[in-house]
Design a protein around this ligand. Structure first.
Ligand code: HQG
Length: 181
């Protein structure tokens, strides 16, 4: 069951963040998909889901990646998109420091050009080191970068907090980054 939920969660990440076309799903400009359509199209591709399973994924997902609208007829990913969607997030003042997890092979480039959003819509930052480490254990030994978010905010950079508490910004110039020694 757990494996099955993980499989469905990954599929939902794929179609709600990156490739709705993989199952012919329609997302509106704010990233919302119709829940019944999502269920139908996942089933059409051979994975059995119903509303209760989707709701279990939403409720139990370790990073709260997905959210329903109020009457649970629509669903979207709360962050992490590579396709262009307008999430209408509120600008929020960050704490003095935020953290970003990366891996060694990217460090040299990040030292040169700062953090860029790469294939996603934003650079993703975490409120503390522990969360940052969780983000990226997936790619290798985590390298934690400390971002001077308070200073950036004073200098006019905008920050947004996603519904699942990921801090988002457009880019982080290298002068605001403390690298591991
Ligand atoms: C790196 C996860 C070279 C950056 C997490 C990262 C997150 C650069 C990679 C979400 C660079 C991009 C996003 C530069 C940044 N040169 N490399 N100038 N600037 N990078 O996956 O932040 O588990 O797009 O350090 O929770 O790792 O998938 O971003 O290593 O919120 O739900 O380029 O993914 O969510 O990788 O992770 P990503 P990320 P999920």
């Amino acid at each position: 069951m757990e494996q099955q939920l993980k499989h469905i969660s990954k599929l939902m990440s794929l179609v709600l963040r990156h490739k709705p076309d993989a199952i012919g799903l329609y997302l509106n400009e704010n990233g919302w998909a119709n829940v019944q359509e999502l269920i139908q199209k996942i089933n059409d591709k051979g994975t059995n889901v119903n509303f209760d399973i989707i709701k279990t994924v939403v409720d139990t997902n370790d990073k709260k990646r997905f959210a329903f609208n109020e009457d649970k007829t629509k669903i979207r990913a709360s962050q992490g998109h590579s396709i262009s969607v307008e999430l209408n997030l509120n600008e929020t003042e960050p704490s003095e420091f935020l953290y970003h997890e990366t891996v060694e092979k990217f460090l040299e480039n990040i030292k040169k050009e700062g953090l860029q959003k790469m294939s996603r819509q934003h650079v993703h930052l975490s409120k503390d080191k522990e969360t940052a480490i969780k983000v990226g254990g997936r790619r290798g030994i985590p390298q934690i970068l400390k971002v001077k978010s308070g200073e950036m905010f004073k200098d006019g950079f905008k920050f947004y907090l996603s519904e699942n508490n990921v801090w988002l910004t457009d880019n982080v110039p290298n002068k605001y980054i403390e690298f591991p020694s």
